[in-house]
Design a protein around this ligand. Structure first.
Ligand code: AMP
Length: 446
């Protein structure tokens, strides 16, 4: 057994010197933040509307871990991407495993799909998720290091109708949240076969102009030339403007697929534009890619509210069967900010209709059970048990604008009754405590 060290004053002093306390910074880490109660109605509205839409379109919820093996993301998002190269929170666990905080959900959901044998389920397998993601990016307006996504993935269907259903859902969710000026940017980056040809064409075009590139794009020319197309640096934007466009170089199958997507978009009357610079920062995409922007004039192009696309090769890359798939994610932080900016309706908690006031020791004790009985009966009830005086409790009831106040005093507690006060007429009546739920229900119905 280990010998216990006697804790003397001298020992404490010595150990404090050896382990000086770091200063406690009372603030969250850069790029992360608290979402305070006053912000929550926007978030609650986003959760409610998104989850309702997911259920309406036949999606089931899946939760996957925040922490996964690093190589899951490296293999799916892609080694040469900004997310993997610069933005992942990666570390070694105490057990020596290389792990990362998820920078996005698709990789984890695809891993869960394979591992749990969901390939035997009727297709398409439709899943949705909601939760935090982590990217060590430079924080700025609308860009956080911890941010929240809601998203959907559908596995096992290659028809373009599903690509469009994803766009329809994302657009509809934003519309229902009051973002009525959203516009879809859409592109097709083809399948690995046509992308190879397109990539060669691009490299040939970019090679002659590489001296004009920013530092990152010089590197991207070797590792991921498609990403040069969505670089935001002015000089790179200028070069990219003259570059060959992917939808002009699609193979027959990809061209037909993309044509269908555009036809369906027109059919749905969703505002959209073809965006040849849209390549998305993740390697697993194939064919359709899209992003949704709010069209308010002051919105910079780099703040998409959501995005997604097809990723027909990902499940196979991770060791599963050949499984076409498509998905999208909405950035909840940006959507909440946009709702606020547009003055969109946030969620309103249902207001309490009844207030329970108490006076005296016995009444206070009994009021706990009475509160529970009313709450169990589904009655929206409020209290302010901590306040001693009846006057101050009634003030709270007034402020809340309840229809009925129940008053449980010392006498009522002994008699097992309660005073029922109609707040509109001011009339009071004494009823048996055992009948209080029925009495309140009857009055509220009126
Ligand atoms: P992505 O997986 O990069 O396509 O992201 C999907 C959506 O998540 C984007 O359209 C944004 O709305 C949101 N998003 C991505 N990165 C961030 C970030 N760093 N901070 C806030 N929202 C983000």
């Amino acid at each position: 057994m280990a010998r216990k060290k006697k804790i003397t004053k001298k020992f404490i002093k010595k150990s404090a010197k050896a382990h000086p306390q770091e200063e406690l910074l009372l603030q969250p880490l850069r790029g992360t933040r608290d979402i305070l109660p006053q912000e929550q109605p926007y978030w609650q509205q986003i959760r409610r509307v998104s989850e309702k839409a997911a259920a309406d379109f036949g999606y089931q919820r899946i939760d996957v871990p925040i922490l996964e093996y690093s190589n899951l993301f490296a293999r799916s998002v892609g080694e040469g991407t900004d997310i993997i190269e610069k933005e992942m929170y990666s570390f070694q666990s105490r057990g020596g495993e290389k792990v990362s905080l998820r920078p996005e959900f698709t990789a984890g959901v695809a891993r869960a799909y394979i591992q749990n044998g969901m390939n035997v389920l009727p297709k398409p397998v439709k899943l949705y998720y909601i939760g935090p993601c982590y990217r060590y990016d430079r924080p700025q307006a609308g860009r956080f290091r911890e941010f929240f996504q809601f998203g959907c993935e559908a596995f096992g269907e290659q028809d373009a109708i599903l690509d469009i259903q994803m766009i329809q859902m994302a657009w509809r969710i934003l519309y229902l949240l009051g973002i009525r000026n959203a516009k879809v940017h859409v592109n097709s980056i083809g399948c690995p076969a046509c992308r190879k040809n397109y990539r060669n064409l691009l490299v040939r075009y970019f090679e002659s102009k590489k001296q004009k590139f920013c530092f990152d794009c010089k590197r991207r020319l070797e590792t991921n030339p498609l990403r040069i197309l969505d670089c935001k640096e002015d000089k790179c934007v200028q070069v990219a403007a003259g570059a060959p466009q992917s939808f002009d170089h699609l193979c027959d199958e990809c061209r037909t697929h993309f044509k269908e997507v555009l036809e369906y978009l027109e059919e749905l009357e969703i505002p959209f534009e073809l965006d040849p610079g849209l390549v998305r920062g993740l390697d697993y995409y194939t064919k359709t890619v899209f992003e949704i922007y709010s069209e308010s004039p002051e919105d910079a192009k780099n703040s998409a509210l959501g995005g997604g696309g097809r990723y027909d090769g990902l499940v196979k890359t991770l060791g599963g069967e050949n499984t076409p798939a498509v998905g999208f994610a909405i950035g909840m932080d940006r959507v909440a900010a946009e709702m606020k900016k547009l003055g969109a309706r946030a969620y309103r908690e249902p207001k309490p209709r009844v207030f329970l006031a108490q006076l005296g020791g016995l009444a206070k004790k009994k009021s706990l059970k009475m509160f529970e009985a009313l709450e169990r009966a589904g009655i929206m009830i409020a209290e302010s048990f901590g306040r001693g005086s009846l006057k101050s409790q009634l003030k709270v009831a007034d402020r809340l604008g309840v229809e009925i106040t129940l008053i449980l005093g010392q006498k009522e507690a002994i008699d097992e009754t309660v005073i029922v006060k109609d707040m509109t007429s001011g009339n009071q009546e004494i009823v048996d405590a055992a009948r209080v739920v029925d009495e309140v229900k009857k009055r509220l119905k009126k």
